[in-house]
Write a protein that binds this ligand. Structure first.
Ligand code: KG4
Ligand code: ZN
Length: 339
């Protein structure tokens, strides 16, 4: 089976070809121009998708060395995301589906992230805990199989990536600040400053990061008045990053113990964070838990993860189940899918 996948939920235009669990191509075009606006501008994002989508899809077919006539199904991100961005991918996919008479599988973006850790070996050690951490989401899932997952906790305010980006802005770093904080932190002292680990002992698996942002804001005002001393940036970044990741790691490990699972998988843009990957690996090992961190290209928004889970759905339900072309896109988040 060969699935052509399209993902345009936010500011990455991506297309991939998946065949029997293997990624034949995964092309990602990132919209770096949002940097100058300090965040993603929805209207500009949709226009940029529109401009490149045809080229990106063609390139994914070329790299996979496959003609569109040999594709068996189209997968596309349906929700959640920026409506205008989603519409570009969905309509492009619908057009291909009509022209080539192909089934179309609408996919939930978060579901794509949940299973992205399974892509490399095309299998997984079910059940596992999936920590999905991105610019828009911070959630923990108990995952029982390719079509069964339970949302066990999520952020009550800002997502972890949003915390990285908003706090980065306070430090004078450009959007997206996550990768910049990651880099600066590698030269810093993680214990120089002590910032709050919000909700770490809340007894549930929810998160909150807006308090940390406020705490950093007051700290900076008091210590630096109007300009952060550049020499302090590595220690500040390392200490702030530690406050974010400590809560993520604590809750991931604790939920693995509570749900008696042996594997934790991380996913989403923030899962590219060097210190998060290293510290989770270490703590998981100390607790006899396997830890899976996807390759960076599968951590960020990408179409391979959309095609990968779509193929599992086709195997479960068969191709002809996916003939509804009238689905709409949506900004609403994900639900559990647990029987
Ligand atoms: O999953 P993603 O590409 O897009 C969505 O939000 O769906 O995630 C983007 C987020 C941004 O907030 C960015 O700052 C963060 O992931 N990020 C990182 C790193 N790389 C990306 N945060 C911390 N460390 C990183 N290395
Ligand atoms: Zn994402």
């Amino acid at each position: 089976m060969k699935v052509l996948a399209i993902e345009t939920s936010c500011d990455e235009t991506s297309s991939a070809v998946i065949s029997n669990g293997k990624v034949l191509s995964n092309i990602i075009s990132s919209q770096y121009f949002h940097q100058k606006w300090g965040g993603v501008v929805p209207e500009l994002a949709s226009r940029a998708h529109l401009k490149v989508i045809s080229k990106i899809v063609k390139e994914s077919l070329k790299i996979a060395n496959i003609e569109i006539s040999n594709i068996d199904a189209i997968a596309v991100t349906k929700e959640p995301g920026l409506i205008g961005s989603l519409v570009v991918g969905a309509n492009f996919a619908k057009g291909l589906s009509i022209k080539y008479d192909l089934p179309i599988i609408p996919i939930n973006h978060i579901e794509g992230h949940i299973y992205s850790g399974c892509i490399l070996n095309n299998s997984s050690d079910f059940p596992f805990i999936s920590l999905v951490v991105s610019g828009g989401h911070t959630s923990l899932f108990y995952v029982n199989s390719f079509n069964e997952y339970l949302l066990i906790g999520s952020t009550r305010d800002d997502a972890a990536g949003e915390a990285f980006d908003k706090i980065g802005k306070l430090l004078g770093l450009d959007y997206p600040a996550g990768p910049k904080i990651d880099k600066l932190a590698q030269k810093g002292d993680y214990s120089k400053y002590n910032f709050p680990r919000s909700m770490i002992r809340s007894g549930d698996y929810d998160f909150s990061f807006s308090g940390l942002k406020t705490s950093v804001r007051y700290f900076l005002m008091k210590k630096f008045k109007d300009r952060v001393d550049e020499k302090e940036l590595p220690d500040l970044c390392a200490s702030i990053q530690e406050a974010i990741i400590d809560v993520l790691i604590f809750k991931a490990i604790d939920s693995a113990k509570k749900y008696k699972v042996k594997t934790i998988v991380i996913a989403g843009g923030v899962s590219a964070n060097t210190r998060l990957r290293e510290k989770t690996a270490k703590e998981a090992k100390e607790n006899n838990i396997n830890f899976i961190a996807p390759e960076i290209e599968y951590c960020m928004d990408n179409a391979a993860m959309i095609g990968f889970i779509a193929e599992k759905k086709i195997i479960e339900k068969n191709r002809d189940y996916f003939r509804n072309i009238d689905f709409t896109t949506s900004s609403k988040p994900y639900r559990s899918n647990y029987k």
